[in-house]
Design a protein around this ligand. Structure first.
Ligand code: HEC
Length: 135
């Protein structure tokens, strides 16, 4: 935040000093400020769509978008607390089947309350996401 105000102050300083007003510098500062703001913004999560559901249904018949979105919420609320969010496509289905229960146990030991149903929604979410081709 200090950095951000520093950048803003820097821009005002440049505005005040007409002789040194350099549009390129201003533009670069603005770009930098935008990047800093973007980095501070809450992480935006990929919104599952119909293609994901189709892919998910090859593993989980009757899988719904609502279930996938609930799995995404379990993931976003619990799985970035101890380490960075892990990319689902970096692990295979069988790896996820082993990782999810192990991580849910870890999370619950640290006062995050993931029940059985949520753990299952999470498992379906990461496996479905792991099937997604990288763009
Ligand atoms: C209480 C802290 C904590 C929470 C919460 C947590 N993890 Fe982890 N996670 C770890 C630690 C520590 C490791 C390092 C490996 C280990 O000790 O098992 C790890 C490793 C991993 C790995 C690397 C693969 C592996 O087998 O080690 C993945 C993938 C992962 N976590 C996914 C998740 C998911 C998904 C969730 C959401 C339920 C989650 N983690 C929540 C602590 C946590």
């Amino acid at each position: 935040m200090t950095l951000f105000f520093g950048i803003i102050a820097n821009q005002f300083f440049q505005f005040g000093n007409i002789a040194e007003l350099c549009p390129m510098k201003f533009f670069l500062n603005l770009l930098f400020a935008t990047l800093v703001l973007a980095a501070c913004a809450p992480k935006q999560f990929y919104a599952p769509n119909d293609l994901d559901i189709e892919r998910g249904r090859t593993k989980f018949p009757n899988y719904t978008l609502a279930e996938m979105n609930r799995g995404k919420i379990v993931y976003s609320q619990n799985c970035g607390n101890c380490h960075a969010y892990k990319n689902p496509s970096k692990y295979s289905e069988s790896e996820w089947n082993e990782i999810v229960p192990r991580m849910v146990k870890k999370a619950n030991k640290n006062d995050m309350l993931i029940n059985k149903e949520e753990a299952e929604l999470l498992r379906k979410f990461v496996i479905t996401m792991s099937l997604r081709p990288l763009d």
